[in-house]
Design a protein around this ligand. Structure first.
Ligand code: MG
Length: 387
């Protein structure tokens, strides 16, 4: 048993990653305690989680739900705050060792920067933060001596392969992709798909935004940019390979040609636990891999013609500057519009491309530039969508 349990802040505790992180904390209660829980909108689940885990504080971003949460927890010694600015404040609390960033999209940037500034280790599940402002976040982390432990399964795989290898340069990495529900389909087919089809992922149970991103392959594009910053790689050192079984979670190739892969069943609890317990491996009862059930592992090249998003993300990664920020903001608007039946599946890529062409390119953006690029892109994208 550790001298003191690690204090964990979970930003986005009511989402898919957040609830699985609480499963991990529940089963590893001698190592971890949940000290901060935050939710964007789900007051009921946040209240139930607070009653079970007795954190020091909770934050509900949607201020109209503040009174409900406060009243429900009034007899308990739990501080209740509201509004997204409160999240950037609570992550600085002394009882926090690691901040798990599991909110959706661009909203993760500000609290992540605030936690890094306060010297907290990050368990990063919010890839958009690095997509938008990777250079800024990584430089700040180095300056503050903070570790960023990836939770994304592919990046966790690379991170696990790097144990004992940090002095050995990476020649290249292979990020594996399941290919999603529309693997092998062409653009004609893709132009007709409905959100119900796109929301059914073959291997992974995830939130709506990332499930659509996986179906459109934007998720893998965002992950390439995330990997570039996490592992300090050049774009040409990052390759995507489609591996439909999702057993090999990614591969590192070293300069002697040797390749290390990390494998296991697709279950986010493992990368979550690894990020929280790093560098230790805690005994778990997660289901074990059975070779008899997977007689074949297969690999194929991604289809950049049908899945335009992946090509667009590669372009954004190569050109850098604020282009990944534009890509991300346009994609967040596009996914939301698709989920509201306002645009088709393939129109998502067209919208992202229009934004990348229209919004001014900045080679060396500051934090303020990212904020204005994000809002400019969102309003331009909204205007492009037919009413
Ligand atoms: Mg992933």
């Amino acid at each position: 048993m550790k001298e003191r349990r690690k204090g964990i802040a979970i930003l986005g505790s009511t989402g898919s990653i957040g609830t699985q992180a609480l499963d991990v904390i529940r089963s590893q209660a001698e190592y971890f305690s949940a000290e901060i829980l935050t939710s964007f909108n789900n007051a009921d689940l946040l209240i139930r989680q607070a009653m079970e885990f007795m954190p020091d504080a909770v934050v509900i971003s949607n201020e109209s739900k503040y009174a409900k949460v406060r009243d429900a927890l009034s007899r308990l010694p739990i501080k209740v705050y509201a509004g997204s600015d409160a999240i950037s404040q609570v992550v600085k609390h002394d009882n926090i060792d690691t901040v798990l960033t599991a909110m959706v999209g661009y909203s993760g940037l500000k609290p992540t920067l605030s936690a890094v500034e306060a010297g907290k280790n990050i368990a990063l599940a919010n890839k958009e933060t690095l997509v938008v402002a990777g250079e800024l976040v990584m430089n700040k982390a180095i300056e503050r001596g903070v570790n960023i432990h990836p939770v994304d399964s592919e990046h966790s795989a690379i991170y696990q392969c790097m144990a004992g290898e940090w002095s050995n340069p990476i020649e290249k990495i292979y990020l594996t992709a399941s290919g999603g529900p529309f693997r092998g389909k062409d653009r004609n087919f893709l132009s007709t798909v409905k959100k119900e089809q796109a929301l059914k992922h073959p291997n992974w149970e995830m939130g709506a935004k990332i499930t659509i991103d996986s179906a459109s392959m934007m998720n893998k594009g965002l992950e390439m940019i995330e990997a570039k910053w996490l592992f300090n790689l050049k774009p040409e050192q990052i390759e995507v390979i489609v591996h439909p079984q999702s057993i090999i979670h990614s591969i590192v190739q070293f300069e002697d040609g040797s390749m290390k892969a990390q494998m296991g069943l697709p279950d986010m609890k493992l990368p979550i636990q690894y990020a929280l317990a790093y560098p230790d491996r805690l005994k778990s009862d997660f289901p074990r891999f059975n070779f008899a059930l997977y007689p074949q592992l297969s690999f194929e090249a991604p289809d950049l013609e049908s899945f335009r998003n992946l090509a667009l993300a590669m372009e954004a990664m190569k050109r850098g500057g604020n282009l990944p920020c534009i890509l991300n903001a346009a994609n967040e608007v596009a996914v939301s519009a698709f989920l509201h039946d306002r645009i088709s599946f393939t129109e998502m890529s067209s919208l992202v491309e229009d934004c990348m062409q229209h919004i001014s390119f900045l080679e060396h953006p500051t934090y303020d530039d990212y904020v204005s690029t994000d809002s400019e892109t969102r309003s331009f994208a909204e205007k492009c969508i037919p009413a």
